[in-house]
Write a new protein. Structure first.
Length: 197
């Protein structure tokens, strides 16, 4: 019963709108099951890849942070990416804070109070200090973070591929279905292209 109702609803949908919602649905309405299956597979693969890259990227990032806590003494209560990026760039907190002081002097050469505010805002002290046990440990951390970034970057591309899949599905419905939706308008006094939505 539910299947028959679903089929009736599908048949009543405009194939172009259906393809915009789910690539391949328009082809299914038009009876082109082979094309529909191909678009469904592509769409499913795109979103599986999106979920997979996101999951793996986040897992790698969490693993990298745990590694940094173990090998550099980083603060386990910190969760901001800026902090863990600084740990990636500097062997010790002293190295980082020295660069912060240089930046403060360059940005505010004649304003000691603004320098102090900048240093207090961007430096790390107290529980936030770190010091890598070895350079190789920091390199391992950098590699983990790099791999995490690459996977998360790939995940961000997936919605774009999903949009392209919809555009191709819509164009396929418009241009290559058995229903004559687009053709030259040769009626008397009419010159142009006729499109039926």
């Amino acid at each position: 019963m539910m299947l028959s109702v679903t089929l009736i609803l599908l048949q009543g949908m405009n194939p172009i709108i259906a393809s915009a919602v789910v690539p391949g649905l328009g082809q299914l309405i038009e009876g082109q099951t082979g094309k529909a299956r191909a678009f469904f597979i592509i769409e499913g693969t795109i979103w599986l890849a999106f979920a997979g890259f996101n999951y793996y990227g986040n897992e790698l990032d969490m693993s990298a942070r745990a590694f940094a806590i173990d090998h550099s003494g980083a603060n386990p209560l910190r969760s901001d990416d800026e902090y863990f990026s600084a740990i990636e760039d500097y062997m010790t907190t002293d190295d980082h804070n020295l660069q912060v002081e240089r930046n403060a002097s360059w940005l505010y050469p004649d304003d000691i109070e603004r320098q102090k505010e900048y240093i207090a805002e961007h430096g790390y002290y107290g529980d936030d200090v770190w010091s890598w046990d070895t350079l190789s440990s920091r390199t391992v951390y950098w590699e983990k973070r790099k791999s995490a970034r690459e996977n998360l970057r790939r995940a961000r591309f997936m919605p774009g591929f999903a949009l392209i899949n919809r555009i191709v599905s819509i164009l396929d419905v418009v241009l290559f279905t058995t229903d004559d939706r687009i053709h030259l308008d040769s009626r008397p006094g009419k010159i142009g292209i006729y499109f039926r939505f």
